[in-house]
Design a protein around this ligand. Structure first.
Ligand SMILES: C[S@@+](CC[C@H](N)C(=O)[O-])C[C@H]1O[C@@H](n2cnc3c(N)ncnc32)[C@H](O)[C@@H]1O
Length: 422
């Protein structure tokens, strides 16, 4: 078969490229899908390639556990990825076994087709690998979660990896019920909307009219908990791609949005334009911003390992390395110290990370309070903002684990401080 001529092979070739990009930490799944073979796909084949890669990443642990005993040594080139995609089609997508095997074998180099065929056919006889939670995550991350949150929570977190999440939307203002109905959306506590709709979101009702933006229900909490009033000055220190900036601007605050990435800030500008909102958008390193202004409220949604975002980005789990967490914790401490200098006396600071690792959350909050006696922790009362009750930690911050709400939500740490002295 010729990949150039056969749409089924073209879609699988695009998936192979995308999986390689995802697992080598180059990210940008959609960019990988648009480049090379993916650029020639029909929308239906494109959606198939994407679904195949996501299904593979969500079950990468079990798939590799099934493959390993069948591979005497590591196969060359992209053969492991090819086999992973083949097994994902057999077990997790609605692809007939013969089509999954034939298209996978056809993509292998001639000399390795026997191996690929034997592995897949052998696996067909064995049936799907079990979805044991401790095998859905990389072993080192599962061990961390077990040490930090206990066995039952670690299993419940990991079980979410295999689940396909719904899309959460944040409405710009109270939404027309007709749009809610068309979105087939369910209202979540706090005001987010959840829909099982799929496909091109730009074609969903209310997108072009700027009625909502896509934002996980947990990601909507930090800005809500900052509780800004109209005309308050607010600094969003790490703003791109902009979900929290949009919330703050929609609440009527006068927002300054910083990010050190000019390319990511373009998404903030585009979003503000679509939503009819305004903010001052500046490219700057927040740790070293040459501007002396102080603000009524500051949001630091810091760069982090993002292990809490695995429901939509399962590749983060497989790209994270143990050393990253300590390195990111040092960046977060420096950014928190910079954030403290920006808060007016009496003002508030919310710190958040979409990480499940205590070094990036609890340890940062404790370290910040110890180093900044002018600040106190303002305990959360999660009900109003819509945070799950299970997420309220005895210390007064939120530790949101992905199984804390029905249908799941991103893992987050959120703490709120107030500057009580000059
Ligand atoms: C977790 S993301 C922020 C997400 C954003 N708050 C939102 O809701 O869409 C972290 C951001 O921090 C930015 N960043 C990392 N280091 C930074 C620094 N020193 N100064 C400013 N921005 C930084 C990254 O470019 C990235 O966009």
């Amino acid at each position: 078969m010729n990949a150039a001529a056969d749409p089924a092979l073209l879609a699988r070739a695009a998936a192979l490229k995308m999986l390689g990009a995802a697992l080598s930490g180059r990210g940008g799944l959609d960019e990988a899908l648009s480049a090379g073979p993916g650029g020639r796909l029909t929308p239906v084949d494109r959606a198939f390639a994407r679904a195949l890669v996501m299904a593979t990443l969500r079950r990468l642990g079990p798939i590799d556990r099934a493959l390993d005993p069948r591979l005497k040594r590591e196969p060359p080139g992209q053969i492991r990825d090819l086999l992973r995609l083949g097994l994902a089609q057999i077990y997790y997508l609605d692809v007939p076994d013969f089509a999954a095997v034939d298209t996978t074998v056809a993509q292998a180099p001639e000399r390795l087709r026997g191996l690929v065929n034997a592995v897949l056919r052998g696996q067909l006889r064995d049936g799907p690998p079990p979805d044991d939670p401790e095998h859905l995550a990389p072993a080192w991350l599962f061990a961390r979660w077990r040490a930090a949150w206990g066995e039952a929570n670690a299993c419940a977190i990991a079980a979410q990896i295999a689940q396909e999440p719904a899309a959460d939307l944040t409405p710009r203002r109270a939404l027309d019920p007709a749009i809610v109905a068309e979105l087939e959306a369910q209202a979540l506590p706090g005001g987010s909307l959840r829909t099982r709709k799929r496909g091109d979101i730009a074609a969903w009702p209310g997108f072009t009219t700027g009625d909502w933006w896509v934002q996980d229900a947990a990601a909507a909490l930090p800005a809500r908990l900052l509780a800004v009033e109209p005309n308050e000055s607010v600094l969003d220190m790490c703003a791109a791609p902009g979900g929290k900036t949009f919330q703050l601007a929609a609440a009527g605050a006068v927002v300054t949005a910083l990010d050190r990435s000019a390319s990511r800030l373009r998404r903030v500008d585009d979003g503000l334009k679509r939503l009819g909102l305004t903010a001052e958008v500046l490219t700057a390193d927040a740790a070293d911003w040459g501007d002396e202004r102080q603000f009524d409220a500051v949001l630091l949604d810091a760069p982090c390992s993002a292990t809490g975002t695995f429901r939509r980005h399962p590749d983060v789990l497989w790209n994270a390395r143990p050393g990253d967490i300590a390195a990111l914790a040092a960046v977060q401490s420096a950014l928190l110290a910079a954030a403290a200098r920006r808060v007016k006396p009496g003002g508030r600071l919310v710190y958040s990370v979409c990480s499940l690792e205590p070094e990036e959350g609890e340890a940062q909050a404790r370290g910040f309070l110890a180093a900044h006696p002018a600040f106190i922790l303002e305990p959360m009362s999660p009900g109003k903002a819509g945070a799950p009750a299970a997420s309220l930690a005895p210390d007064g911050w939120l530790r949101i684990l992905p199984h804390h709400a029905e249908g799941g939500l991103d893992g987050f740490f959120i703490a709120r401080f107030r500057r009580v002295n000059d």
